[in-house]
Design a protein around this ligand. Structure first.
Ligand code: FAD
Length: 491
């Protein structure tokens, strides 16, 4: 069997896989991604966070495509949760880290969102092979040196690579090869039963695109608007009440809806979708776990292959894309010869564990139902150790920006600087007569000026941004373009 060679091979083309593949390929490395399904394919996890949309997706270069896709705009969340009987609403925009143009996320049909990310990977130079299932890793002593997979025609294939990335989600066949075990949470042991409805009620504008989360006796419901008429509805039921979702799924879901007056009201005039990809009522369980190790020499886990907490605050795609960004920085630094593998991947793992830990710890306290929302806000401040107010700390945590990472939060300033610079160049170029500098008549020069502006913009942003400190003592900081790690040298 002939063995192809790549710098990086990625198993799985969900958000974590396409993100890491793209960010590594953008640095000029040779990347292969194998995906078991042929896209578009169904996936759960439809409510996104601003850090994904305005941080990672901007770095991937798909901000405009997402903005034009017509996904409902999520400005925050509306919760019937805790001791207060009435629903309460939070807005991402109250945090300075997500102000202005970055104060929202989207509710997405994952088949479409994931396809946008995967097509973008292809257009950025990733070799994508769909219908190909990763079966095992190739090892040489301590090191993973390649991947085995079955191609779309059923042939066994092997590729060698400096790094094998497992991004194949919670059903991964590879994750255990990294070492250690998958530790399932003792606390988050719920089960989810979910389906789709046409014609459900909407929250009033301007929060009609918010996620609505409603606690009831057996657990809680998510209610996510995916278009003007289509709604994703799921019941998350405590392990003790698992019998409530046994047997006939239709009857079980209807009984749970009947237990929850607010969701009953929202679905009063709705009909369940019974055909196509949304026609099935699905169940998910055992989804809350964390792998003991996230990497070993030559192999890295990202996204659900590594860990997942709980659906309540839509952290899944954030953790998937953020871990992919962190790992991509490590790989880019190693392949460029800037850092050794251990230093670079310890930084990835420490930051990833920190983000997972913040969500985990906070969500444990969020399941205390006998307190009101102020108590949750206070808890968020305690967990994140932020300087912001309680409510800002809460919104920053669940917006995915509590780490204070410039790459996740400064996107609107980048966009503004970029627009200002382009306008200045245009103005110079559009001068006429004696005022016109002849050089600016040339399109090539204009483009070169605009490119130079990108570099200048990064410098400007660096000036603007808080000076970045390592997240951990002795740790690394991010490069100005967010694509690599740099050693930290205090001024
Ligand atoms: P995935 O999205 O699972 O992608 C993995 C890919 O790998 C798939 O395309 C799969 O086909 C492919 N694959 C699998 N095996 C192989 C193989 N052997 N070879 C090649 N390819 C393979 N997250 C949110 O952000 N918001 C939410 O509202 C939300 N709600 C959720 C509700 C529930 C009930 C659950 C359980 C999760 C929810 N999540 C949510 C989490 C979200 O679904 C995941 O965190 C997210 O999809 C992880 O992305 P990923 O790329 O790591 O994995």
């Amino acid at each position: 069997m002939s063995v192809e060679d790549f710098d990086v091979v990625v198993a799985g083309g969900g958000p974590s896989g396409s993100t890491i593949a793209t960010l590594v390929a953008m640095q000029g490395h040779r990347v292969l991604l194998v995906e078991k399904e042929v896209f578009p394919r169904y996936q759960i996890g439809e409510s996104l966070l601003p850090a994904t949309v305005h941080g990672v997706c901007r770095m991937l270069g798909i901000t405009d495509e997402l903005a034009n896709a017509g996904f409902p705009i999520k400005r925050g969340g509306t919760f019937r949760w805790g001791a207060r009987p009435e629903p309460w609403t939070f807005h991402f925009g109250i945090s300075a880290r997500m102000s202005g143009a970055t104060s929202h996320a989207y509710q997405v049909e994952r088949a479409r969102f994931d396809e946008i990310l995967l097509n973008n990977a292809k257009s950025k130079g990733v070799v994508v092979r769909e219908g190909c299932s990763a079966t095992d890793v190739v090892e040489d002593g301590e090191r993973v040196t390649g991947l085995k997979y079955t191609d779309a025609d059923g042939n066994e294939r092997e590729v060698s690579a400096r790094f094998v990335i497992d991004a194949s989600g919670n059903k991964s066949r590879l994750y255990s090869k990294v070492g250690g075990k998958r530790n399932y949470s003792e606390f988050f042991r719920s089960l989810a039963l979910f389906g789709y409805f046409e014609g459900g009620k909407r929250l009033p504008a301007p929060v009609s695109g918010n996620i609505l989360s409603v606690a009831f006796d057996s657990g809680w419901f998510w209610y996510i608007p995916l278009s003007d008429t289509l709604t994703s509805v799921g019941a998350v039921v405590r392990r003790e009440d698992a019998d409530k979702i046994q047997g006939d799924r239709e009857k079980a879901l209807n009984a749970l809806i009947a237990e929850c007056p607010l969701i009953s009201e929202y679905l009063e005039n709705a009909t369940r979708v019974t055909t196509g990809k949304y026609g099935e009522l699905r169940i998910r369980k055992d989804y809350s776990y964390q792998q003991e190790s996230y990497w070993r020499p030559g192999m890295i886990l990202v996204g659900d292959a590594a860990c997942f907490v709980d659906p309540v605050f839509s952290s899944g795609v954030h953790l998937a894309t953020y871990s992919a960004l962190l790992a991509a920085r490590s790989i880019n630094s190693i392949l460029a010869g800037d850092l050794d593998e251990k230093t670079a991947l310890n930084e990835f793992e420490a930051r990833y564990r920190r983000e997972y830990g913040v969500f985990y710890e906070f969500l444990v306290s969020f399941y205390q139902m006998n307190v009101n929302e102020e108590s949750y806000f206070w808890q968020a401040k305690k967990v994140t150790q932020n300087q912001s107010t309680d409510i800002e700390s809460f919104v920053e945590l669940i917006g995915g920006v509590s780490s204070g990472e410039t790459a996740l939060t400064a996107a609107d300033r980048i966009a503004k600087r970029s627009a200002e610079f382009a306008a200045a160049v245009d103005e110079m170029a559009s001068g006429d007569g004696d005022n016109m500098v002849p050089m600016f008549k040339s399109t090539v020069v204009k483009q070169a000026m605009q490119e130079a502006g990108q570099v200048q913009m990064k410098a400007l942003l660096g000036e603007d941004a808080e000076p970045e400190l390592p997240l951990f003592p002795g740790g690394l900081v991010t490069s100005p373009d967010g694509m690599k790690w740099l050693p930290y040298h205090p001024a």
